[in-house]
Ligand binder design. Structure first.
Ligand code: NAD
Length: 350
C-alpha cells in the first residue's frame, strides 16, 4: 500500500484531487493535510470522510516540527503539494503571508521529504502543483510553453515562481525526485467565492453589482477543475522525473465576454428576461499590475501523457452555475465564516 500526502486538500482544487485519488486508488492511503484557513473547508469532502483509505490531518505546512513529525508518522511514498495562499488580490495587500506559506511552507515540505527519503529516493516523488501566472503576461498572441522564461508580476505569482525554483533546486542539488505542473485558471464546484466565477454567480443571484476590473479586457484560459484533477493524477503517475507540464483548456476568454455569457446563462436559469443580469456590470479601478493575457500551450501533456480536457466550456459553466445555485447553504456558510468557527471549535475539543 502506498501512502500519499496531499496538501491543501480541503481547498478548491485539492478537494477534487483528494476525492479522485481516494476513489481511484483504494490501495493507497491518502493523507490530506490542511490548515483550514478561510479557503479550506472539510465540507468539500463530506462524501468521502468515512472512506477507509482517507485520513485528514489539520496542520500548517510552515510548522517545521509538525511537518517533520508527520513524515515520521506516515512514511509517505509521495507528496502532491497544493496548499497555498492563492488569491492575487490578497497577495497585493499581504505579500508576506504569501511568501511564508508558498515559499517557506514549500521548502519545509521539501526538507522533510529530503530528510525522510534521503537514503532511498526509489519510487518516491514530490509533485508541486503550480500556476501559469509564473510566466507573466503574454500580450503578443503567443502561448506559454514549458520553456517560457519566468516573469511573475504579482506577489502571488512571485511566491509560486519562488516555490517552483526551490522544487527544481532540490532536484538538482539533492537528487529529490520531483515533477511540476503549471495550470491555467480553474473553475467549478467548491471554489471560494472571492474568485471571479463564483463571486459573479453569487452576485448575479443576489442582484448585486458585478465589479469588472478596468475595461474587462484581460484574457484568461479556463479549465474545469475536475479536468485539472485528472491531469494531476496523470502527471503524478506518468510524468517524467524533473519535468514540467503545462495544463490548460485552450479556452481563452476576455473577462467581459465571460461575464456576459454567465449573465446570459443565469438569466435563463433564473427565469429572468434576457439582458437583466448584464445591467449589474460595474467597471472598477483595475487591479495593480494586472497581467493582460495568460495563454497556456498544453500540447506536451496532451502528446506525452494522453491528457485532454473532457468538458466543453459551455457544459462546464452550466454545471458550475447549477452547483452554486443548488448549494446556497455552502455559499452562505463559507462567506459568513460559519464553517471556520465550526472547525475551530471541533479541533479545539480534540
Ligand atoms: P485554495 O485557496 O482554494 O486552497 C488552498 C488550500 O490550502 C486551503 O484548503 C487552505 O486551507 C490550505 N492552506 C493554506 N495555507 C496553508 C498552510 N500554511 N498549511 C496548510 N494548508 C494551508 O486554492 P486552490 O485554488 O485550490 O489552489 C490550489 C493550488 O493550485 C495552489 O497551489 C495554487 O497556486 C494552484 N493553482 C490554482 C489555480 C486556480 O485557478 N485556482 C490554477 C493553477 C494553480
Amino acid at each position: 500500500m502506498k501512502t500519499i500526502l496531499i496538501t491543501g486538500g480541503a481547498g478548491f482544487i485539492g478537494s477534487h484531487v483528494v476525492r479522485l485519488f481516494v476513489h481511484q486508488y483504494p490501495d493507497y492511503k491518502i493523507v490530506n493535510l490542511d490548515a483550514l484557513t478561510y479557503a479550506g473547508n472539510l465540507e468539500n469532502l463530506m462524501d468521502i470522510e468515512d472512506e477507509p483509505n482517507y485520513i485528514f490531518e489539520k496542520g500548517d505546512i510552515t510548522n517545521e516540527a509538525f511537518i517533520f513529525d508527520l513524515f515520521e508518522k506516515y512514511d509517505f511514498d509521495g507528496v502532491i503539494h497544493l496548499a497555498a495562499e492563492s488569491h492575487v488580490d490578497r497577495s497585493i495587500s499581504k505579500p508576506l503571508e504569501f511568501l511564508k506559506t508558498n515559499i517557506f511552507g514549500t521548502v519545509t515540505l521539501l526538507n522533510a521529504a529530503k530528510d525522510k527519503w534521503q537514503d532511498n529516493f526509489e519510487g518516491k516523488r514530490f509533485y508541486h502543483v503550480s500556476t501559469d501566472e509564473v510566466y507573466g503576461s503574454v500580450d503578443d498572441g503567443g502561448f506559454f510553453t514549458e520553456e517560457t522564461s519566468y516573469d511573475p508580476q504579482s506577489p502571488y505569482s512571485a511566491s509560486k515562481a519562488g516555490s517552483d525554483h526551490f522544487v527544481r533546486a532540490y532536484a538538482n542539488t539533492y537528487g529529490l525526485p520531483i515533477v511540476i505542473s503549471n495550470c491555467s485558471n480553474n473553475y467549478g464546484p467548491n471554489q471560494f467565492p472571492e474568485k471571479l466565477i463564483p463571486l459573479f454567480i453569487n452576485n448575479i443571484r443576489n442582484n448585486k453589482a458585478l465589479p469588472v476590473y478596468g475595461k474587462g479586457e484581460n484574457i484568461r484560459d479556463w479549465l474545469y477543475v475536475i479536468d485539472h484533477a485528472i491531469a494531476i493524477d496523470m502527471v503524478y503517475h506518468k510524468g517524467k522525473n524533473k519535468e514540467t507540464y503545462n495544463i490548460g483548456g485552450f479556452n481563452e476568454w476576455k473577462n467581459l465576454d465571460l461575464i456576459k455569457v454567465m449573465c446570459k446563462v443565469m438569466d435563463e436559469k433564473l427565469g429572468r428576461e434576457e439582458g437583466t443580469s448584464e445591467k449589474l456590470i460595474t467597471y472598477v479601478k483595475d487591479r495593480a499590475g494586472h497581467d493582460l493575457r495568460y495563454a497556456i500551450d498544453a500540447k506536451k501533456i496532451m502528446n506525452e501523457l494522453g491528457w485532454k480536457p473532457s468538458l466543453q466550456f459551455e457544459e462546464g459553466i452550466s454545471k458550475t452555475i447549477d452547483w452554486y445555485l443548488e448549494n446556497e447553504e455552502w455559499l452562505k456558510n463559507v462567506t459568513s465564516g460559519a464553517y471556520q468557527q465550526y472547525y475551530d471549535e471541533m479541533y479545539k475539543e480534540r
